[in-house]
Each structure stands twice: as structure tokens, then as C-alpha cells.
Ligand binder design. Sequence first.
Ligand SMILES: Cc1cc2nc3c(=O)[nH]c(=O)nc-3n(C[C@H](O)[C@H](O)[C@H](O)COP(=O)(O)OP(=O)(O)OC[C@H]3O[C@@H](n4cnc5c(N)ncnc54)[C@H](O)[C@@H]3O)c2cc1C
Length: 243
Amino acid sequence: MLGKMGLKPYTIYEIKYLTHGEPDSPRIASFSMRPKDGEKFNFVPGMFSSLFLDPSDKLFRSYSIASSPNEDHMEFMIELINGRFTSQLANLKEGDEIYISEPRGAFLYEPDDARSDLFLAAGIGIAPFFSMLRYLKSKDMKRDVYLFYSIKHKDDIVNLPELEGYKELGLNIVFTITRDPESALWHGERGRINTRMIENHASDYLSRTVYLCGGIKFVKDIVAELKEKGVIDEEIKRDIWGE
Ligand SMILES: Cc1cc2nc3c(=O)[nH]c(=O)nc-3n(C[C@H](O)[C@H](O)[C@H](O)COP(=O)(O)OP(=O)(O)OC[C@H]3O[C@@H](n4cnc5c(N)ncnc54)[C@H](O)[C@@H]3O)c2cc1C
């Protein structure tokens, strides 16, 4: 199976912590890496790769690619939940080697779609949307995009200044926090993303192509709501991570 996955060694050249980690939301780290042989993988924004620390070991986990296909490196944004694989990732250092599988997946961004985009991200489900937005930016493509991004706490937002910079491309962002009910310092939305919240900001949401990424409960719930509102299955692209 490993041979079929087309593994390539990459060298990690930068590890950054994107969030500090609240007591109930683990820290998110970014790992940027370049191919050892100089030949990078091709991919479409939205795809994922599997990471291996040791190619002779069967242990791997899959991660959405957060970088744009036309960059010279690959970046992954990973929530360090102290599980079997992430506890090992947490010990990596710049200069270490990691093996990456050939990118794959059916969650494929279509930047030339005549329909506008509706991006729905829960937590670290934001990762593939960075690839999409970075791609648009690299091509200087203006798009009418609505991004709804739910986080537990306001400090869990990944790369806020970068996201805000995409407003000039046509990005509208709605942040919603699902914890901190008492925080008076928060002026965004509160609670999980739902169709009422979407409609309040993007009243034309039924005419947009939906891209959604997050845990299984989030994806199932929002897909059911969207379908109830008349969105057809083909217009909902989803990436589900959980079991
Ligand atoms: C296509 C795809 C793309 C993915 N992309 C990303 C990505 O871009 N970034 C990313 O971080 N992950 C992503 N994942 C999830 C990733 O593959 C791993 O499942 C994750 O990193 C946990 O691996 P682990 O070995 O550390 O945990 P494991 O030892 O496998 O344990 C996972 C267990 O932890 C539980 N758990 C899940 N989240 C938490 C949490 N926040 N705190 C405590 N427990 C938790 C799960 O329910 C499960 O029981 C993706 C998964 C898929 C299938």
C-alpha cells in the first residue's frame, strides 16, 4: 500500500505555532516543508496528503494541504491533540525529514465556477481554505466568497491578519465563537454555524457552491440543514475528517 501512495521525502524548514491553545482547544502548529529532490507534488486546492514519519512503519495520518499549489513548499496546519501521531509531530524540529504521499481527494476547489463560493469551516477545518485563498491571491483572482469560520475561542483564529488581507480579493468573513458566552470583547457571531446565521449575512447562499470542512458532526448537521433549505447534493462539496 505504501508504494501505491507515492511517498516522497520532504525536509521541514519551518515550524510555527499558530495558536497558543486554550485549555479546551489544543494548540495548532504549521509545518512547512520542501521536497528533498526539488520536485514538488502537483495538487488542486482542497486535496490532502498522508504524512509518515517512517515510511517502513504503517503509522500515518492524513492532512489537508494549506499551501497553494504554485508555492515551492507544502504547508500543513495541525491541531496537536496529543494522539498517537500528533504526539510524535509535536517533537519534530526544523531540519527533520518527513514522508508525504501523493496528494489526493475529492474535495476540489473550482476557482472558475460561475457560481460564487460559500466556505464553511469548523476549527482546524480552515486548513484547506488557506490553500484555496492563497491560490486565488497568487493568481490575483477576484471572487465573491463568503467564509464562515467557527472557533471555540477568539484566540483560536488561525492567521487572522492573512485572512483579513483576502478581503481585497472579495472575501467576506464571518467568525463565530462556540464558547466564551460571557465575553463582552467579542463582536462576531456566537454558536455553531447554521443556515439562519448564513442567511443573515449571505442572503444569496442558495445560489452559491458550498465547500465545507470539519468534524463529522458539524458536516452532517449543516448538510442536513442545507438540504432542508433546498441545496442539492451536487452543490455541497465536503471534507469529513472524523470517524
Ligand atoms: C482527509 C483528512 C484531512 C485531515 N486534515 C487535517 C488537518 O488539516 N489538520 C488536522 O489537525 N487534522 C486533520 N485531519 C485529522 C488527522 O488525520 C488525525 O486524525 C489527527 O491529527 C489525530 O491523529 P492522532 O494520531 O494524533 O490521534 P489518534 O491517536 O488517532 O486519536 C484520535 C482520537 O482523538 C479524538 N480527538 C479528535 N480531536 C480531538 C481534540 N481536539 N482533542 C482531543 N481529542 C480529539 C478523536 O475522537 C479520536 O478518538 C484530517 C483527516 C482526514 C481524514
